[in-house]
Ligand binder design. Structure first.
Ligand SMILES: [Zn+2]
Ligand SMILES: [Zn+2]
Length: 339
């Protein structure tokens, strides 16, 4: 099979992924072999390539927003049939026995493995996964439109739940890329009387235009003071400053959820009175559980979520990653294996 592999920690600008031919994997016990049709390109891949959260071994096939069809079943696998359309997300496996797993927090499992970091992911024509960690994709989404739902969508949904957003309240979104443009659609659907304020980099006109089209109630730049305090906020940016900004603009008792696996710059020093007093909270979101995906995918079909996507071929993975790093993707970047 064709695959784009990462051989070592590198700079994204060097276009480090190499196209190689590898043996097609074989589904083991309880696993399914999936013929990949689309794979989203996520910010986490930038963190993996640049070493902020490096793969656990090299070479590695990145990619954890996978949509494809079941090609064959391993011994003992029976949840799906050959030809079924399935999705694979960041969580590839969890032990099911540790204290976190037993409490439904398999996103915090001590021995979990992550797709495209510990095991081969979706920047390839085929991949294998335990059948319990694959999800049916609702009809109504094309493969390309479904792919960004598997990470940008699922983790955005988790972040929105953790934010404590309620109807009639104000939600702030810092950064408006793949995840935020899905979250705004969920928020508008679930909280019809809530308002969503969007903050982008000052020069991101495309992102601001998309936010306007999707119903943002106010749009500004990070650093701006919105017309009203935020009851809750989600930070999707790769840098530290917006966390402090969100805390500055937060209403008493509010919460800022940081939806990032790593930051490229530190969170600047906080002033206790200005940023934290009055019971303000900061909480990170780490990984996803199967339940997040099982709840979110049907909801996405019910809304229905319209994911903006920019399409690339497998061989164009490096170009997609460079554009993502520059903040130049409108919505989500997705690779089509048939392109
Ligand atoms: Zn991701
Ligand atoms: Zn566990």
């Amino acid at each position: 099979m064709k695959a784009m592999v990462l051989e070592k920690v590198s700079s994204v600008a060097e276009r480090p992924l190499k196209l190689v031919d590898l043996p097609t994997p074989v589904a083991g016990r309880g696993q399914i072999l999936v013929r990949v049709s689309a794979c989203g390109v996520c910010h986490t891949e930038l963190d993996e390539i640049e070493g902020r959260i490096p793969p656990s071994r090299f070479p590695m096939i990145l990619g954890h927003e996978i949509v494809g069809r079941v090609e064959s079943l391993g011994p003992g696998a029976g949840r799906f049939r050959e030809g079924d359309r399935v999705g694979i997300a960041w969580i590839n496996w969890a032990c099911g026995k540790c204290l976190f797993c037993l409490k439904g927090q398999e996103n915090l499992c001590e021995t979990a493995t992550w797709t495209g970091k510990d095991v081969y992911g979706g920047y390839a024509e085929y991949t294998v996964v335990a059948e319990d960690f694959a999800y049916p994709i609702p009809e109504g989404f094309t493969d390309l439109k479904a792919a960004p739902l598997l990470c940008a969508g699922v983790i955005g949904y988790r972040a929105l739940r953790l934010s404590g957003m309620e109807d009639g309240k104000v939600l702030g979104l810092y950064g408006f890329g793949a995840s935020a443009h899905i979250v705004i659609q969920v928020a508008k659907y679930e909280y019809p009387d809530g308002r969503v304020f969007v903050f982008t980099r000052p020069n991101q006109r495309e992102h601001q235009d998309l936010a306007r089209e999707l119903g943002a109630d106010w749009i500004g730049a990070t650093g701006d003071t919105p017309p009203e305090k935020l009851n809750c906020a989600i930070d999707f940016t790769p840098v530290g400053e917006p966390v402090r900004e969100a805390l500055r603009n937060l209403q008493k008792g509010g919460r800022v959820v940081v939806n990032a696996i790593r930051k490229t710059t530190p969170i600047p020093e906080l002033d206790y009175t200005e940023h934290l007093w009055y019971e303000k909270e900061v909480k990170s979101v780490a990984n996803v559980t199967r339940r997040d995906a099982q709840e979110f995918l049907p909801l996405a079909a019910e809304i229905p979520i319209v994911a903006e996507s920019q399409e690339f071929g497998l061989e164009e993975a490096n170009e997609a990653l460079v554009l993502l790093k520059e903040g130049k993707i409108r919505g989500a970047a997705v690779m089509s294996m048939t392109r």
